[in-house]
Each structure stands twice: as C-alpha cells, then as structure tokens.
Design a protein around this ligand. Structure first.
Ligand SMILES: Nc1nc2c(ncn2[C@@H]2O[C@H](COP(=O)(O)OP(=O)(O)OP(=O)(O)O)[C@@H](O)[C@H]2O)c(=O)[nH]1
Length: 362
C-alpha cells in the first residue's frame, strides 16, 4: 500500500543524498550501500509486506525499519543538519499517517535505534554542514513530500464524502424498499385492500384509542353469497372479478379517515369503523348490500349477479376486546346466512349464545 510513496521519495532522496555523497567524496562501498538502500530496499519492503499474512502489520513494521535504517545513515554521515531534519521529519510523518500519534514515539525510537547502532559500532561524529544546493534540494524534497501527502489526504476526503453520499442514497433506497415491502405485506394482492394481518393489528390499536376517547367502534363482516356457485358456473377468473368489484365498492364507502376495509378471507371482507355507532354501521351495511345486489358484474362477456350476507357488531355494546367483537360479527353473519342470506344482521346476546339461531345452526 505504501510502495508508490516509498519508491518515489526514496528515489528523489537518492538525488539529494547523492549530492552529499559527492561532497563527502564517498567511496564505491558507500555509493553501493546508498543505491541498495534507496532504490532496492523499497521494492524489498513491498515484497515483504505483500507476502505477509497480515500485510498491514508488515507494512507498519516496514515503517519502523525505514526509521532504523535512515537513523543509521544520519549517524554514518555525522548528522548533517538539513539531511537529518528531512529524513527525521519524513519518518515521523509516515508513522503518524499510518499509526496516529502513538506511532510518533515508535518512529522516533526507531530513528534513535539506528543512530545508537552506528554509535556503538563506530562512535558518533558531528558534521552538520551540507552544500547549499544539497540544503535547497532537502527543502524541495520535504516540501514536495508534504504536499504529496496533503493532496492524498484531500483526495481521500473527497472520496470519503462521495462514499458517504452514495451510502446515504443507498440507505434511502433501502428504507423506501423496506416501506414498500411492509406495505405489500399488509395488502391483499388481488384487491389492493389491507389484509387480515394488518387489520388484526389495526383493530387492537383503534379499539384502544376508541376506548380511551370514549368513542364507539363497529365491525361489519361481509360475505359473498353462493360464491362457490359463481366460481363453478363462470370460472375462477370471473369469481376474482367479482371480488375486485366488491372491494372497489367497499373502498368507495369507507373513504373517510380511519375507516378501513380489508379482505378478511377468500370471499369475506371486514370493515373497521372507528367512531361509528352500530346503527350508523348497520345503515352503511344495508346500503352496501343493496348496491351490490343490483350490481351486474361482467367478466369475459358474462354478466353475474349475487348478494351479500353481513354481520355487524360494535364496541361497547357487543364486547370490549378485538377477538370478541370479530366473533360477535361472525355470529351475526352466520345468522344472516341461516336466515336466507342477502341481509344484514346486527349481533345480539341471543345470537351470541346461539339461542336465536335456527335449529340447523346448532
Ligand atoms: N375466484 C376466487 N374464489 C375464491 C377465492 N378465495 C376463495 N374462493 C372460493 O370461494 C368459495 C367459498 O365457498 P363457500 O365457503 O362454500 O361459500 P359460498 O359458496 O359463498 O356459500 P355461502 O357463503 O354459504 O353463501 C370457495 O369455492 C373458494 O374456492 C379467490 O380469491 N378467488
């Protein structure tokens, strides 16, 4: 990951340090070592990190090895001021970039270790002078080094902002899809009405709200009469069309806020009417029944007609719990079927106990 920078700046450093070696009139051994250090070593360091199991960890170690080696060079040359400064700052900037401030101490220790190693072997000398052109090249090298990193930080910042923007967009898309999925999970695909799962939750919620507000809530359970016969006579797609037509009619009648029409089962629909009394709901149910009775449903060129049986039960008269209310509406619907269909029946205590049902119902 650091190969480009290390190779580039060691190569530039070679130009700078070569001028100092020329000034020192260094022999071939020193030149060979410098070539190995500045031109061959970066490739070796990359090779080592690339082959390591944990490349990042190996590269961190490479940074410290850089520090030790450059520290040794500083000591070998008698600590020429500008060169020492540039190499020391270079090592420190590198370790801070890759390890943060805790890395600074490690970097300084590495340079110190290089200096100490040379001091042990050959003792320390102090020759701070560099030629003017070497000093100027040092300044240029350090400046370009820092500018390179600054530009890199800028580019990383830009790409980070771009990634954040893309992530934000993806998150918004996911949130939208989640909302769509949730909505679909609560809808019946044939009619687009809410499904039973949605209603079961909504009913608990609305019942609690109506109880707290002292408002009535009425359920209207609607079932298509002789629907099996419709399917058998006209075909299943025609039956579907009839279900859709009834759904359309119900949707039209419960357009007000808070009133909900749902497909409760195959050919069974439930209206939840918060704030509506049993008498109001009964009138609405009667209107729906009469409208549907006169409706000619056309599917595949065939006109069909049938009727609805409807049961009505309301809070607080017929119960205070959701399940109880649905059961009471179901009993009333059952009574409507038994009394000859095509009618609206309101729940009563007799119906709930089974006393008001014809013998066939027992
Ligand atoms: N076309 C169609 N038919 C359905 C759908 N869901 C349920 N059904 C059919 O609805 C019919 C309901 O039949 P039954 O429960 O016997 O009721 P019914 O024939 O209406 O008789 P009553 O309710 O007593 O008047 C069954 O034949 C189901 O196959 C659907 O989505 N589309």
């Amino acid at each position: 990951m650091n190969r480009r920078y290390r190779s580039l700046f060691f190569a530039l450093g070679f130009v700078v340090l070569a001028t100092h070696l020329a000034y020192l009139q260094a022999g071939p051994v020193m030149w060979t070592l410098l070539v190995l250090q500045l031109l061959a070593y970066p490739q070796l360091a990359y090779w080592r990190a690339a082959r390591a199991e944990d490349s990042l960890r190996a590269e961190m170690q490479n940074l410290l090895i850089d520090g030790v080696l450059l520290g040794a060079w500083i000591a070998v040359w008698g600590m020429p001021l500008w060169i020492s400064f540039v190499l020391f700052v270079g090592v420190c900037v590198n370790v801070v970039i890759f390890m943060g401030m805790p890395g600074l101490w490690k970097g300084m220790a590495a340079v110190g270790a290089g200096v100490a190693a040379v001091a042990l072997v050959q003792g320390l000398s102090f020759r701070p002078h560099t030629e003017l052109h070497t000093s100027l090249l040092c300044i240029a090298l350090l400046t370009s080094y820092l500018l390179f990193f600054a530009n890199d930080a800028y580019r990383r910042g830009v790409s980070l902002r771009e990634s954040r923007r893309q992530l934000g967009e993806q998150l918004a898309e996911i949130t939208k899809l989640q909302a769509q999925l949730q909505e679909q999970a609560q809808r019946d695909p044939l009619t687009g009405l809410h499904n039973r799962r949605f209603l079961d939750e909504a009913l608990e919620r609305e019942l609690a709200a109506c109880t707290a507000a002292g408002l009535p809530l009425t359920l209207v359970l609607i079932d298509i009469d002789h629907f099996k016969r419709i399917n058998d006579t006209y075909g299943h797609p025609a039956g579907d069309e009839m279900i859709r037509q009834l759904a359309g009619l119900l949707r039209e009648r419960v357009r007000d806020d808070g009133l909900i029409a749902c497909r409760y089962g195959g050919e069974e629909f439930l209206l939840m009417l918060p704030g509506t009394t049993v008498a109001e709901a009964e009138a609405l149910a009667e209107d729906i029944r009469a409208t549907f009775e006169s409706l000619r449903v056309v599917a595949d060129g065939q006109a069909m007609r049938t009727t609805l049986s409807i049961g009505v039960a309301g809070f607080p008269e017929h119960g205070a719990r959701a399940q109880r209310l649905v059961l009471r509406a179901d009993h009333a619907l059952y009574a409507a079927k038994l009394r000859g269909r095509n009618r609206v029946v309101v729940s009563s205590d007799e119906l709930a106990s089974g006393r008001a049902l014809p013998a066939a119902a027992h």
